[in-house]
Each structure stands twice: as C-alpha cells, then as structure tokens.
Design a protein. Structure first.
Length: 313
C-alpha cells in the first residue's frame, strides 16, 4: 500500500512542477530575453576594452552594485556580485538560475554607450525551476539513503549478532521474565516467553538511552518476530501496531547522540523536558493503540516456542 502512496505522491509532485513551469513560461514570469538598462561607473582612466571591476546603478532603484567587466570577442559581459539590496526580481533570478553559485550572475552586455555611460544587459535565463528542484531533491535523498543504509550495516550486524547469541544462550528469556508483566499488558496476544518480548524490551531500552541507530535493528528484529505470529501477511496485527507506537513515542531518558552533537553540553538543560514530553506522547500513543485494539480484537496467538530454547532459559 505504501508503494502506491509514494508513487502517487511522486506523480502528483511531477505534474505540479511541470504545470507550474509551463505557467511561468506562458506568463513570462522570469522575463527571459528582456534587456535591462543600467548605468556603469568605470574607475578613473578605466578602459572598457580591458577586464576590470566596475560599479553600476539600476534606474529607479537606489544603491550602487559591483561587477566584473570583461571583454569577450567583440562584445562584453559582466559577472555581477549579488547584493541583498538589489531589486527582488534580480535576487529571484540569482536564486533560481541554473548556475551553481547564487552569489554571482553572468550577464551578457547587448549594448554599451560610452558617452552616456549606459548599457543594456541580459540577465541569466531561468527555466524549469520546480522540475529542477524536484530532480535535485530526488538525487540528494537517494544519496542520503545510500549513506544511511551503509552506516546502518555495521550497527545492524553487531546488534543482530548479539541478539542471536543472547537468544541461543537463553538470556533473552531471562530478560523476558523481568519485563513480563508490563509486556503482557502491552502485547496480550503474544505467548509467554516468546523471543519477541526480549527483543522488544531491548529495543525500548535502546530508545530510552538515546542509542539512536542501535535501536533500529532491534525494532526490525522485533517486528519480524511479531510477523511470525501474525495470521495475516498483508495487514499489521495489534501487537505490531503497539510496537510501532511504543518505538516511535518511546520515553527519552538520555538525549540522542545526534542532538548532543548539534547542541553540545547545553542539551543537559533539555533532559527533564524531553523525558516529560516523551512520557506524555507514550501515554497518548498507548491509549490510542489500546482503544483501537478494543474495537478490533484478535484471538490470542499460539506459536510454539522450541523446547530447546525453553530448556536453555
């Protein structure tokens, strides 16, 4: 179902972008090809035939701006330094031009009158703004997804390996006994001493301690164990919904590592606020999940736990 939703969102965004770009072309929003008149101020004894830094003014607008004047073949061009005091239209062109830099604009000089000190210039053309923005965002997110996936490989391998050792040694089932009352309330349909209980408790502990990515493989493993109990292959069970709720709204006793990296030691001032806010979100989430569970009851799951695992516990 999510695949259809994402596909629909992508199609809608592309249609919106193309429609907006076509509208800009029809309305000539960016006034491509329009000549803009300016007044150029050369340095003392400046030669228009040589490369140099000049100042220029825009009619009906206060202020002087800087540019590099340079001859090209038999014409001239100007590399304009973008200034925040420029007209808003010029700033929009600088922001949406196809050039990599937003701090400079390359303008073509179409005419120059040395007697009057005036010139006509063509600002960079702007086309397909929305479509370029969506394409850029898509490539950026694709790069981020690959970076994130590679970064998770090591963490997932470590924690899944530790979970396998804990499961084989019976430590998971020992942990289950301690958290059984609370987990029985949250997951009444999950059999007693099921491995999912131990993995869920570790996932909750990792979230509470702000371990960040360390909680991800545990959450995935717990969801896999609950799926083994799920009678439906295409619909989440009540237990899976509760796990997602608890995992998303988990109480934060310690700040996440990413927040510490961004704020530094100042994050200590937020610990109590974070704990209270996440506690409220956890209570609200559990209440909502329990309310849904009440109106959509399920039969208790009856998956058998292997005898060798019971004996090891």
């Amino acid at each position: 179902m999510l695949n259809y939703i994402w596909s629909g969102l992508i199609i809608i965004s592309l249609v919106f972008a193309i429609t907006q770009d076509i509208t800009d072309l029809v309305r000539d929003t960016w006034r491509n090809g329009e000549v803009h008149e300016i007044e150029i101020i050369f340095p003392s004894n400046g030669d228009p035939g040589s490369r140099q830094t000049v100042r220029f003014t825009i009619p009906d607008h206060d202020g002087e701006y800087e540019a590099v004047w340079r001859p090209v073949d038999e014409t001239y061009e100007m590399v304009i330094t973008v200034d925040e005091d420029m007209p808003e239209f010029w700033l929009d062109i600088a922001e949406n031009q196809e050039a990599a830099s937003e701090t400079e604009m390359l303008a073509e000089v179409t005419s120059y009158d040395p007697q009057a000190g005036t010139a006509g210039i063509l600002l960079p053309e702007v086309r397909y703004v929305k479509l370029r923005a969506i394409t850029t965002a898509a490539f950026d997110m694709a790069e981020f997804a690959v970076t994130l996936a590679i970064g998770l490989i090591g963490v997932m391998a470590l924690w899944l390996g530790l979970m396998k050792v804990a499961e084989k040694s019976g430590l998971v089932y020992i942990l289950v006994r301690f958290v059984q009352p609370f987990l029985r309330f949250l997951f009444p349909n999950v059999p007693r001493n099921h491995p999912a209980h131990g993995i869920i408790s570790l996932n909750m502990a990792a979230n509470m301690l702000g371990l960040g990515n360390a909680a991800t493989p545990l959450g995935i493993k717990a969801m896999e164990e609950l799926q083994k109990l799920n009678p439906s292959s295409d619909k989440a069970s009540n237990a899976q919904c509760m796990l997602l709720t608890v995992n998303t709204a988990s109480v934060q006793l310690l700040p996440p590592a990413t927040l510490v990296a961004l704020i530094g030691t100042g994050v200590n001032e937020l610990v109590i606020s974070m704990a209270l806010a996440t506690l409220v979100s956890l209570i609200v989430g559990i209440t909502a999940a329990k309310t849904y569970e009440r109106f959509h009851p399920e039969d208790p799951h009856s998956e058998n736990i292997p005898d060798e695992q019971k004996s090891e516990a």
